[in-house]
Design a protein around this ligand. Structure first.
Ligand SMILES: [Zn+2]
Length: 377
């Protein structure tokens, strides 16, 4: 097999934009400005609206954070009113404009791209020529809802690396099957742990520098029953890190399903529902949400998982903020009133996770005192 191309680091992206890998490697090495300190992580925020992009970038700028904006296939379809390629072009132009005036560096990433299905392949190819980073999730055949063979995963991922690396676009692979529901294209009932030996072969043969091994995290808002603590395999994570470092120290891991969920957001939403007389099934659903335990995510960050994907908790914050605004102004005929409420909720939700992950003061000093920041709606 011929050698896989290395990531082209000379590629010039639009102003203030760069590959996700460059930013995530800085986090693995603890680099902030000219200084090196402890390892931190980049929460990759799944954005589905222009407001989501604005709120995330607003939070990056307040804190001087490195930013990853993640777009799933279904989010791109939403942006493009049913056409993912059109959505891709739109968000690319929009983020380019926002980044131009930004004080930080931003990466755009295709979340759960797949090179197995024909439709997925088209989106992935278009993403390679528009975004700065892509995920090639070929561990699952999402259409037929089954795991792919290691050989098939390697072959498909390697093809993506061959296409993306010369353009400076980083590639994230996935190994193992992650349980939970992420969106219409990404769901699985069962989860399997990544086999360290397979990890070695996968990294050597694909040349990808970002990898999501499965170590027990789950997608979606129900990561167990209420009261459960999701158990992650930190020992396996360290074993994987050792192998990855022996191949290439530039390899960084990714944790999917890293939403911790915020109790104050759940309480806030339930209070609104109750006051609106709508407490019943909806409130019970809120009560059943279970996130990933943050202490264990910190354990993963220690093991080189420096991109942590969060989506659910921000969706919850959005809805909780919207419910409060509706309760406050049920007859307010002004879209801006509701938009302002959801923007502020999202902005604070993003800031909270950036601070928890230690991703601040990377490009400039934070504009607020991070130690006294309190996330309240
Ligand atoms: Zn995911």
């Amino acid at each position: 097999m011929s050698k896989v191309p290395a990531l082209n680091k000379e590629r010039r992206f639009p102003l203030n934009m760069t590959s996700a890998h460059e930013l995530i490697l800085k986090a693995k090495n603890g680099v902030k400005g000219n200084k090196t300190s402890g390892r931190y992580a980049l929460p990759a925020f799944n954005v589905t609206t222009y407001q989501g992009i604005d709120a995330a970038v607003g939070a990056f700028e307040t804190l001087g954070s490195s930013g990853v904006l993640a777009f799933s296939n279904s989010a791109l379809k939403h942006f493009g009113y049913g056409d993912a390629i059109k959505g891709l072009e739109r968000v690319h132009e929009y983020v380019k404009l926002v980044a131009r005036d930004s004080s930080v560096k931003i990466a755009t990433h295709l979340d759960h791209g797949d090179y197995i299905s024909e439709g997925g392949r088209k989106v992935l190819q278009a993403a390679v020529s528009t975004l700065t980073s892509v995920m090639a999730d070929n561990s699952t055949d999402h259409k037929n809802k089954k795991a792919t063979s290691l050989e098939m995963n390697i072959e498909a991922t390697r093809e993506v690396v061959e296409m993306a690396h010369p353009l400076g676009v980083s590639v994230e692979g996935e190994l193992g099957v992650l349980a939970g529901v992420e969106d219409e294209d990404t769901h699985s009932e069962v989860s399997t742990y990544t086999d360290p030996q397979e990890l070695k072969v996968f990294l050597e043969k694909t040349g990808c520098l970002l990898l999501a091994p499965t170590i027990g995290t789950m997608h979606g808002p129900n990561k167990g029953k209420p009261g459960d603590v999701v158990k992650l395999n930190i020992e396996l994570a360290h074993e994987c890190l050792k192998i990855a470092n022996s191949i290439n120290e530039d390899i960084v891991f990714v944790a999917h399903g890293a939403s911790t969920l915020y109790p104050q957001v759940v309480e806030h939403a339930m209070a609104q529902l109750k006051e609106m007389g709508a407490i019943s099934d909806a409130a019970n659903t809120w009560r059943d949400f279970v996130g990933t335990d943050w202490k264990q995510i910190e354990g993963l960050i220690g093991a080189g998982f420096c991109k942590i994907n969060t989506d659910t908790e921000n969706r919850q914050t959005y809805l909780a903020s919207l419910l409060a605004a509706i309760k406050q102004g049920p007859a307010k005929i002004d879209i801006r009133f509701f938009e302002k409420a959801t923007y502020e909720g999202l902005y604070k939700s993003y800031m909270q996770k950036l601070i928890m992950a230690g991703n601040y003061g990377v490009w400039h000093e934070p504009k607020i005192d991070v130690n006294s920041f309190k996330f309240e709606l």
